[in-house]
Design a protein around this ligand. Structure first.
Ligand code: PEP
Ligand code: MN
Length: 336
């Protein structure tokens, strides 16, 4: 349920409404719009909406029919803009994240990050805990990998994102990482999502391998319901009957989600296609379709990468692409 307060309602009246709905067993999530304060009233209890309509300062009470509430554009009409290290995702802002699939060595991350930072990238990616299909494949360096990522990022004034797979690792990640990435395979790890709702760092939530848009938004709702408003959605391709590309990039998901939700949507063209030569065209397509950012795999020596070399660009290829994308973003009247 969404409570729309009258314009210029006093803080005191807003507080009274919040207290009332809390007393009835609901959580209150406040959104301060340009004209009205909105209060999202979320919970499993039943309430007569007329009881709220009668409270002073309340303009109207709207039942939100979708299963996701806080994530919905109805709850927050304005775009959420998330800023990390001066990079903004959302609204007219397009953010770039780049780096290797996995942290392998200090030299590998340093060499890659140096060139990315020279190209203008301010957020570095790199997996330290890798969710691999085969138990015999490289599983990542664990905490040592996070340390390398942090050390290198600090050297080049970059922020970092890395994938978290376990609730128990949250305190460790908070020490090293600026954006906590939830991978496709953990999109419905609900315990993890709930706990990430309690932290105050942004979460990059990738779409599950076979997840519908509604399931994806429900996962974002889990995080937001815990109080964390900073969720960046990431379309990374879905499983279809087509096997020439690793996954099928669902370009239409970008405008579809942007209509349903105020959260920023970025695209991962690397995992979506699995093929290096498809990364540039899909990056351009994603931005043209309105994506709020990109996350691209870049490795200093893709042929020797321990993971996902075939879909990784080398830093030089990346820097050409980034220049093209900057020009495109200008045409789209947006900014990197
Ligand atoms: C990744 O970004 O490292 C990754 C494993 O991607 P996904 O979860 O989208 O497969
Ligand atoms: Mn990868």
């Amino acid at each position: 349920m969404l409570i729309v307060m009258e314009s210029q309602t006093s803080q005191e009246k807003i507080q009274k409404v919040i207290e009332f709905i809390k007393l009835k067993g609901f959580d209150a999530h406040v959104s301060n719009g340009e004209n009205h304060t909105l209060i999202g009233c979320v919970g499993r209890k039943v309430i007569d909406k007329r009881d709220i309509e009668l409270l002073s300062g309340v303009k109207e009470v709207i039942r939100i029919s979708s299963p996701y509430k806080l994530v919905s554009r109805v709850f927050q009409p304005d775009d959420t803009v998330i800023e990390v290290n001066g990079v903004k995702f959302g609204g007219e802002h397009v953010g770039m994240i780049a780096g290797p699939c996995s942290v392998e060595t200090l030299e590998q991350v340093d060499e890659t990050a140096k060139q990315l930072s020279e190209a203008g990238v301010k957020i570095l990616r790199g997996g330290a805990f890798k969710p691999r299909t085969s138990p015999y494949a490289f599983q990542g360096l664990g905490e040592e990998g996070l340390k390398i990522l942090r050390q290198v990022a600090d050297k080049y004034n970059m922020a970092v994102t890395s994938e978290i797979m376990e609730v128990g690792h949250i305190p460790m990640f908070l020490k090293y990482v600026d954006i906590l990435q939830v991978g496709a395979r953990n999109m419905q790890n609900f315990n993890l999502l709930k706990k990430l709702g309690e932290i105050n760092k942004p979460v990059l939530l990738k779409r599950g391998l076979s997840a519908t848009i509604e399931e994806w938004l429900m996962s974002a709702e889990y995080i937001m319901a815990g109080g964390n408003r900073e969720v960046i959605l990431c379309e990374r391709g879905i499983r279809t009957f087509e096997h020439i590309t690793r996954n099928t990039l669902d370009i239409s998901a970008i405008p579809v989600v942007q209509k349903m939700s105020h959260l920023p949507v970025i695209v991962d063209p690397s995992h979506a296609t699995g093929l290096r030569d498809k990364v540039a065209p899909m990056s351009k397509a994603a931005l043209a379709a309105g994506a709020n950012g990109l996350i691209i795999e870049v490795h200093n020596n893709p042929d020797c990468a321990l993971c996902d070399g075939a879909q990784s660009l080398n830093p030089e290829e990346f820097s050409y692409l980034y220049k093209d994308l900057q020009a495109l973003v200008g045409v789209l009247k947006k900014q990197f």
